[in-house]
Design a protein around this ligand. Structure first.
Ligand SMILES: [Cu+2]
Length: 459
């Protein structure tokens, strides 16, 4: 009886105590906003702290904060999420605050930042603030700079964002698994002076890759190189939103690479300069023009250009396998093989079988039967037919007279009359061909074609 009474009073005390703790912690820890959609959200204009020009996260969003005694407070929740990779395919990933990648964090040079990290994963985690110059104990490397954040626990990080630039965050805990599951987010530290490095439109995204077997939902986490989904912010084209600009806008695109290989990103119709890396902004005198920038593993690059060429321009990784979705890999090469009737016969035995490089790459237009939850290898539809692209591909859409802050997809470009490549219906002269075996070709020092069966002639 006595023990029962003391048990009850003890339990009551514990209840009162935990209620107090909950009230206290509600004040101590800011709310953790959650986002479930993969649509690009409007830039989040700052409502407290120093002014800055916000970025636009492609198919993502910026994490709201609260000011507390002059400190910017954020709350990240590491948790399992469902991400739509593109219409028709969803993946079971891990991320932050409802999505993978997690929300973009935007602060201003000199800000004191406090970030609460709650772990709702089934295993321990940590967060590393890639590129930040901070105290060693805030660097987020499990075992080296801090103990692991156990499931259910909340840790707090605090440091000053010391220099303006382009950064990211990701776990330094069971990385092979956690990065392969999509745990990462973008971080932008804006310059103290909002006029410094100012642009009209500032887009950000991370490059990631997944290995999700056709017909399944969860990435294989032990894959080292042979990924089958190459993604921009965990979206594959045609799931990647276009980047929109008004003619004459100065545009910045910031990209970070958290895959296992490099990605040479290429722009059409424009030239750019690399203006910022994860080490900070580059002096104008040290920049040079490019149309492709290689983004190495673990690197970030920001490019800038004037969008002075109206149109719909491809913007993509130049590795052709990285603009393919899952079905593009491990296919036999049957170019030149006479397979009349064969494809149909094999197709009956092997669903999804198709012939590559035949009939002018009919892949994009072919409506093949796919396993559930599987993207066609290249799927985008354009104004002139299938775009025959997937993966790390999107578009820059430049239009005259857009309003400032208008990021809506303007639809397809209306080309001025006479400016579209067209079929030639006139006479087609015979194409000149070099045979390579004429004496003239030798004398010119032109390309010599060695013909192994021809040894008895010449020489
Ligand atoms: Cu690539």
């Amino acid at each position: 009886m006595t023990s029962r009474r003391s048990f009850l009073s003890g339990a009551g005390a514990a209840l009162v105590g935990s209620a107090l703790v909950n009230r206290a912690s509600a004040a101590a820890i800011p709310e953790a906003p959650v986002h479930s959609s993969a649509a690009t959200q409007a830039p989040l204009a700052p409502t407290s702290g120093r002014p800055y020009n916000p970025v636009v996260t492609l198919n993502g969003w910026t994490l709201p904060w609260r000011m507390k005694d002059g400190v910017k407070e954020f709350h990240l929740v590491a948790e399992p999420v469902v991400r739509e990779i593109a219409p028709g395919m969803k993946a079971n990933l891990w991320g932050y605050n409802g999505q993978s990648p997690g929300p973009t964090i935007e602060v201003v040079e000199g800000d004191r930042v406090r970030i609460f990290v709650t772990n709702k994963l089934p295993e321990h985690t940590s967060v590393h603030w890639h590129g930040q110059i901070l105290p060693s104990g805030m660097d987020g490397v499990t075992g080296l700079s801090q103990p692991p954040i156990a499931p259910g626990k909340t840790y707090v990080y605090e440091f000053v964002a010391r220099h303006a630039g382009t950064f990211m965050y990701h776990p330094h805990a069971d990385e092979m698994t956690q990065m392969a599951m999509g745990m990462m987010g973008f971080w932008v530290t804006h310059p103290k002076n909002p006029r410094q490095h100012a642009v009209d439109r500032d887009y950000v995204f991370l490059l990631n890759a997944y290995d999700i077997d056709p017909g399944s939902y969860t990435p294989r986490t032990s894959t080292m190189l042979d990924f089958n989904l190459w993604t921009i912010n965990s979206r594959a084209f045609p799931g990647v939103d276009p980047m929109v600009a008004r003619t004459g806008d100065r545009v910045r695109i910031r990209m970070g690479n958290l895959t296992m290989t490099n990605h040479p990103f290429h722009i059409h119709g424009h030239r750019f300069e690399v203006t910022c890396t994860d080490g900070g902004f580059i002096q104008p005198s040290a920049r040079w023009p490019e149309v492709t920038v290689d983004i190495g593993v673990g690197q970030m690059r920001a490019i800038e250009f004037i969008a002075d060429n109206p149109g719909d321009w491809a913007f993509h990784c130049h590795k052709s396998h990285h603009t393919m979705n899952a079905m593009g890999h491990d296919m036999p090469n049957l170019i030149g093989v006479d397979h009349r009737g064969v494809a149909e016969k094999i197709g009956n035995l092997v669903p999804g079988y198709m012939v590559m490089g035949d009939k002018g790459g009919a892949m994009g237009g072919m409506k093949m039967r796919l396993p559930e939850n599987t993207l066609p290898m290249m799927a985008g539809d354009g104004p002139f037919g299938p775009i025959e692209m997937g993966g790390m591909f999107t578009m820059l859409k430049v239009r005259d007279g857009l309003a400032r802050g208008d990021y809506k997809d303007p639809g397809w470009y209306k080309n001025p009359p006479g400016t579209v490549a067209r079929e030639w219906t006139g006479e087609v002269p015979e194409a000149a061909r070099a045979t390579g075996s004429t004496p003239a070709a030798h004398d010119d020092g032109a390309l010599q074609v060695r013909k192994p069966t021809d040894h008895q002639h010449g020489h």
